[in-house]
Design a protein around this ligand. Structure first.
Ligand code: FCB
Length: 783
């Protein structure tokens, strides 16, 4: 078979970062970093500081040509500046020697997000001085390692460091200020330029920077990349592209900020932090650009949408969820977005070598006695390597590919739950175990390429033939039946492994009589829930169908239909049930649960049950909206709520009460039945009974619409006299006058979570309920 070979000298390797693997946070004089402060008590990561020899051995055994690691700034300069801690540098000295002895080229990244806490205490990246301190630090590291390290990366993903660290605050140091985020971005760029200059002057060979790329596209383009865009969507795509990509590419590679970005920077941060000469300092000649790619950004124009705090200036742009295959992080898997990105970079910045410096996937792994068969991870890498190959064939100047990452590690704010490694780490013992993806990658590296087209998927028959047994026996083994002897079982499993066989539904159903159909049961939609229900039907259907399931839609609105649904499931006509929305107290859930057929619910049921559900953080959302009103100076805040028998309503009340009490206010709750009319009547009562009232939190957007009507009728101005906020962010929220501040409930994410939860239950995996975060969306109705 002909192979998709890569050019000779194409570099295969892996990437890691110091904070995520080293541990030993206070060994040999290391100082604290912002990540130690931000996530305390995270343990020893992979203990790599003491186990680096073993890890280098793993890389050698996999035949890797390069290893991209990061140097921990607070290990080298515990105070961020001043005296160099030689003992900290000694570690990297030993690491580099070990790598060279193993034939693995060391690629050093100087900044992978672990700023010394001492520098954050002096203002962090929003402070100009940090850029100069970074250049000093780069000079110190280069002075020690420059005789052996040939490839240097200054900063890793400065967008993430600036906008998640200082804008949305979900990363260290956790600040939430658009001004700080833009200032941090500029100083990271300046630090990059100053560091590149000192290292170049000191004789560094290859210098680059690493940026995060999330090709920006609309939902329609995910399926059809060539799809033409409306003017509004094209503008939305260009704006996000400027924020995430061109904000960094253009100053580094062309010495100028994009013209369409500067007004955004000016609006949020002014331009006082951009000094004469900065852009010249930033635009140092670069030898290579590191491309980190995981997933695209999917957006569309949506006029009422407020800015996302990680993207200041993104007003009117909606970040969308799309029904594609995703990793366990929930990141859509879109290898097709990579070739156009790589071609674009080669076209727009000719002469610049590119390297994929990170690409990989988080998937939950199962450790079995005979290994970790992480087929999904290997397939993810394969599809992306194939995409890189296509790009190279089309002229993109890509010189290498580094998998993220060698070891399961400490994934920043997400902790240890994420599994990106080719190598499994047992964090209790620090034992390393190669996953199948590592062995697969070793083979790819060995032959410098992939088979031309993916081999035909092995079938049940192929496995049976290889193992010399019947199809039914293979099926029994695959289904974990005890009736097969250990010898035969071992023989079948060997064939499964060698052929890379993934059991499909047919193999399982041969023995278990599975039907591969799922009943999607709609009970009576709660008021206002119709939009959610229709989105769920659409998304759940598309995800489950993509997984090869047939969907039977069933209504459960009468006692007779309840009986029909139960009979259908009891008769074994469905091997999974999705029940939505949560029924009112009633016996259907319990009757279906007793059938033993895997089931999931949309919404926490009113009666405690063992059936897993997907819901959102109602209490957190109500508390956030109440705190927002308090922060804007409101002191008389009442709540409208209903329907009262829904768990969601009760939780929203609890969140409101807690936030009000914490601020020393007496909560006032007025029930309504859920319609706008009932909301208007209840709001009128609230206004009459509480003359000091200056804000109303409604438990739904529909009730808030009623509150707006009542305010109008009472001659109160919104938001001047009375602030009004809703909950849900359905279509109505942006159509009111003034547009409604509300709490965004992630509709598509709930649907996707529901589908995934059901699939994993059907595969017999242990699953727990999922509660998704909500987001406060501030519009005009609260001032
Ligand atoms: C990248 C980071 C890396 C890791 C992966 C999953 O953004 O550079 O440290 O967290 O994402």
């Amino acid at each position: 078979m002909s192979r998709a070979s890569f050019p000779e000298g194409f570099v295969w390797g892996v990437s890691t970062s110091a904070y995520q693997i080293e541990g030993a946070a206070s060994a040999d004089g290391r100082g604290p970093s912002i990540w130690d402060t931000f996530s305390t008590g995270q343990g020893d990561a992979c203990g790599h500081y003491h186990r680096y020899r073993e890890d280098v051995r793993l890389m050698r055994d996999l035949g890797l040509a390069a290893y991209r690691f990061s140097v921990s700034w607070p290990r080298v300069l515990p105070e961020g500046s001043g005296e160099v801690n030689e003992a900290g540098l000694d570690f990297y000295d030993r690491l580099v020697d070990e790598l060279l002895a193993a034939g693995v080229a060391p690629y050093a990244t100087l900044y992978h997000w672990d700023l010394p806490q001492a520098l954050e205490d002096r203002g962090g990246w929003p402070e100009r001085d940090t850029a100069y301190r970074f250049a000093d630090y780069a000079a110190a590291v280069h002075a020690r390692l420059g005789d052996r390290v040939r490839t240097w990366f200054t900063v890793n993903e400065p967008w993430v460091a600036a906008f998640l660290g200082y804008g949305s605050g979900i990363h260290a140091p956790g600040r939430r200020s658009a001004a700080d985020a833009f200032r941090a971005a500029h100083h990271l760029l300046l630090g990059h330029g100053l560091a590149a200059r000192v290292m170049r002057e000191a004789g560094a060979r290859d210098i680059g920077a690493v940026l995060n790329f999330t090709p920006v596209m609309t939902p329609a383009q995910v399926r059809d990349p060539g799809r033409a865009l409306s003017d509004e969507d094209a503008e939305a795509v260009a704006r996000i592209d400027a924020l995430v990509h061109r904000q960094f590419l253009e100053p580094m590679l062309r010495g100028a900020y994009p013209a369409d970005l500067l007004p955004v920077v000016e609006r949020h941060a002014g331009l006082g932090h951009l000094r004469d000469g900065d852009l010249d300092a930033i635009a140092q000649p670069l030898d290579l650009l590191g491309v980190n790619y995981y997933t695209p950004s999917v957006v569309q124009a949506q006029p009422s949408e407020p800015a996302d705090p990680a993207f200041p200036g993104s007003e009117g742009v909606l970040f969308c969820t799309v029904p594609t295959a995703v990793t366990a992080m929930g990141w859509p898997i879109v290898p097709d977005a990579l070739p156009p990105l790589l071609r674009r970079l080669t076209r727009e910045y000719p002469g610049l070598e590119l390297m994929i410096t990170e690409n990989g996937a988080d998937f939950a792994d199962t450790v079995t006695p005979d290994g970790i068969h992480d087929v999904e991870r290997a397939r993810f890498v394969e599809e992306h390597v194939r995409a890189v190959h296509a790009a190279v064939e089309e002229g993109a100047d890509v010189r290498g590919y580094l998998v993220w990452t060698l070891l399961d590690n400490l994934e920043w704010a997400d902790g240890y739950q994420r599994k990106f490694g080719l190598v499994h780490v047992d964090f209790a013992t620090q034992r390393r175990r190669l996953k199948d993806s590592a062995l697969w990658y070793r083979d790819l590296v060995r032959r410098n390429g992939l088979p031309e087209s993916r081999p035909k998927r092995p079938t049940l028959e192929t496995v049976a033939a290889r193992a010399g047994v019947s199809r039914a026996t293979v099926s029994r083994v695959v289904n974990g039946e005890a009736s097969v002897s250990p010898e035969v079982r071992a023989e079948v499993m060997r064939a499964v492994r060698e052929l890379g066989y993934v059991p499909n539904a047919a193999a399982r159903s041969l023995v278990t009589r599975r039907t591969d159909s799922v009943a999607l049961v709609l009970s009576v939609p709660a008021q206002g829930g119709d939009a959610l229900v229709s989105a769920v039907v659409q998304y759940v259907t598309s995800v489950l169908e993509a997984a090869g399931k047939r969907i039977t839609l069933m209504l459960a609105d009468t006692a007779e239909s309840h009986r029909r649904v139960t009979a259908h499931v009891e008769a074994g006509l469905a091997d999974g049930v999705v029940l939505l929305p949560p029924e009112r107290p009633g016996p259907l859930t319990e009757r279906l649960a007793r059938t033993g057929v895997p089931m999931v619910l949309l919404g926490r049921p009113p009666v405690a049950s063992l059936v897993p559900y997907v819901d959102v953080d109602h209490a957190g959302g109500a508390a956030a909206v109440t705190r927002h009103l308090l922060a804007t100076g409101r002191r008389g805040i009442g709540m409208l709520c209903g329907p009262m028998d829904l768990p969601a309503t009760q939780e929203r009340i609890a969140g409101y009460r807690e936030a009000a009490l914490a601020a020393g206010l007496q909560p006032v709750v007025v029930p309504a039945d859920g319609t706008p009319g009932s909301g208007a009547a209840a709001a009128a009562r609230l206004l009459d009974d509480h003359p000091g009232l200056d804000a109303i939190v409604a438990a739904s957007d529909r009730l808030a619409v009623g509150a707006l009507r009542a305010a109008r009728e009472a001659g109160q101005l919104v938001p001047g006299d009375l602030a009004v906020a809703g909950f849900g962010d359905g279509d109505v929220a942006s159509a009111t006058t003034p547009a409604l501040t509300t709490v965004r409930v992630p509709v598509a994410d709930q649907a996707l979570a529901l589908a995934r939860l059901l699939l994993s239950r059907m595969e017999g995996r242990h699953t727990t309920s999922v509660v998704l975060p909500v987001r406060l969306v501030v519009r005009a109705s609260t001032g």
